[in-house]
Structure formats: C-alpha cells, structure tokens
Ligand binder design. Structure first.
Ligand code: SF4
Ligand code: F3S
Length: 106
C-alpha cells in the first residue's frame, strides 16, 4: 500500500482524496491516512499531493518508517473522506516544517 507521511500534518490539502479510485483515505483532525487494506497501489495520489507526503510503502524514507504502522492504526479509528475540501488554514506555513509528529492530533 501507499503511506501518508509527516508533511501532511497540519496541512491536509486533500487533493489526494479526489483521485483515489477506492476511497481509502481516512481523515483525522489534522492528518490523513491511507487504509492499507483498501489501497490498490494505483499510485495516482502521489503526484496530487502538494506536500509530497505520499510514498509507496517500500519507498518511505528511513526517518518516516513509523508512519507505516501509524497509517494502519489510525485507518481503523478514523472515518473515510471521499471529497476534496479546503486545506487547514495555515497549511502553506506548515508544509515545509520538519519534525511535526508531535503536532499530530488523534
Ligand atoms: Fe488510493 Fe491509489 Fe493512492 Fe492507494 S495509491 S491511496 S488506491 S490513489
Ligand atoms: Fe495530506 Fe497531501 Fe492528501 S497534504 S491530505 S496527503 S494531498
């Protein structure tokens, strides 16, 4: 499956949602995850994300490996999001910030 990583936190642009053919994105307060049991590996969402947050599981950067389990965990808890919506208000300020994991709201 594909995996949403740190740069989505506090941004949530949601462009990814519109292209997913199987509606496998799940939405939390300030982050999205991909349900690994539903993703069909089409890769369409990767190019849509302005934050470049989405990777194939095999290509997740070393410092972001914890997001593989985090997507699986939060996908069980969060509800589907099936249509694009406005990004979070300060998305453009947060998109380039590193080390945002402590800002994740569950
Ligand atoms: Fe959806 Fe395809 Fe992205 Fe998986 S890779 S989350 S199926 S758009
Ligand atoms: Fe997040 Fe990128 Fe989608 S910022 S909501 S993974 S378009």
């Amino acid at each position: 499956p594909y995996v949403v990583t740190e740069s989505c936190i506090k941004c949530k642009y949601t462009d990814c949602v519109d292209v997913c053919p199987v509606d496998c994105f799940r939405e939390g307060p300030n982050f999205l995850v991909i349900d690994p049991d539903e993703c069909i590996d089409c890769s369409l969402c990767v190019a849509e994300c302005p934050a470049e947050a989405i990777y194939a599981e095999d290509d997740v950067p070393t410092d972001q490996q914890s997001f593989i389990a985090l997507n699986a965990e939060l996908a069980r808890k969060w509800k589907p999001i099936v249509a694009r919506k406005e990004p979070l208000p300060d998305a453009d300020e947060w998109v380039s910030v590193k080390g945002k994991l402590d800002k994740l709201e569950r």
